[in-house]
Design a protein around this ligand. Sequence first.
Ligand code: GRF
Length: 215
Amino acid sequence: MFGQKEKTLNFNLDQSVRLGILGSGKGSNFRALVEFSRSRACFYKPVIVLSDVADAGILKLADQFQISSRFVAPGPFKTKMTEAIEQEIIDHLQQAKVDFIALAGFMRVIKESLLNAFPGRILNIHPSLLPQFPGLAAWQQAHQAKVSETGCTVHLVDKGIDTGKILGQSRVSIFAGDTPETLHTRIQEAEHELYPRMINKFAEQIYRRRENEKN
Ligand code: GRF
């Protein structure tokens, strides 16, 4: 199907929309994004990974995939960054000519300088059906609340915590025998299917806007 669009748009890989990824953890969503982009014609290309955790799995994965990556020392705070550190991140992303950003398990709040450098172009994946269960360990919150279903949400990042415009969601049932861990595993499986699809859709919109501006 995409092959068809590719033909009519005369798309080639040099025109891919460039994606920067920020993560602090093992990087399973990053892996899903890369595998999706390499297994088919796709509008986005992961070009740089930045992490605030020196030994994060996501940085090792970036090496394996031969994608440029950097550790950015996070500074004195636990959950936020100073303006200087955000600026360092912006500099890396701009040098890599990034068009948009995917947060993939990035455990720090994004503040104004980074939001303003990429307005409306930072996406996140959250392990619940937002607006339910924002914040940390959302699968645990869902399990504890004894709801019958939860899921995952791809949303735009804004100043709030998990409050930005929702772009897509996948539902995950909660079964009687679930532990927080089994539930988390199934949510992550849903994330790995949803996130690349949403990122590709977003990249396609950037691509088409760019093409329209050319004409
Ligand atoms: C994901 O479950 C995502 O929902 C949350 O952080 C987790 C990152 O996991 N924002 P991974 O590093 O992609 O495996």
